[in-house]
Ligand binder design. Structure first.
Ligand code: ZN
Length: 72
């Protein structure tokens, strides 16, 4: 099983398949990354206590990550 730590805006895309909030500059990267992740399920949140980078958009983040885990 693989865990992904994802920022809030990317978690909306993953959870709702809603790509309207993706920055146009990142759109292709985000969609391609999500496609390689395959099926994932929301598994909660994780507080990094500092900076971390989103596994989908690769932008630096601070605060809580949304955790998604691969299925099957
Ligand atoms: Zn992100």
């Amino acid at each position: 099983m693989i865990s992904y730590h994802v920022c809030d805006s990317c978690s909306v895309v993953l959870a709702n398949a809603d790509d309207s909030g993706i920055d146009p500059d990142d759109f292709d990267t985000v969609i391609a990354t999500i496609e390689t992740m395959g099926l994932v399920a929301h598994a909660g949140s994780y507080d990094h206590g500092g900076y971390w980078s989103c596994d989908v958009c690769d932008w630096d983040q601070i605060g809580e990550a949304q955790v998604f885990e691969s299925i099957g």
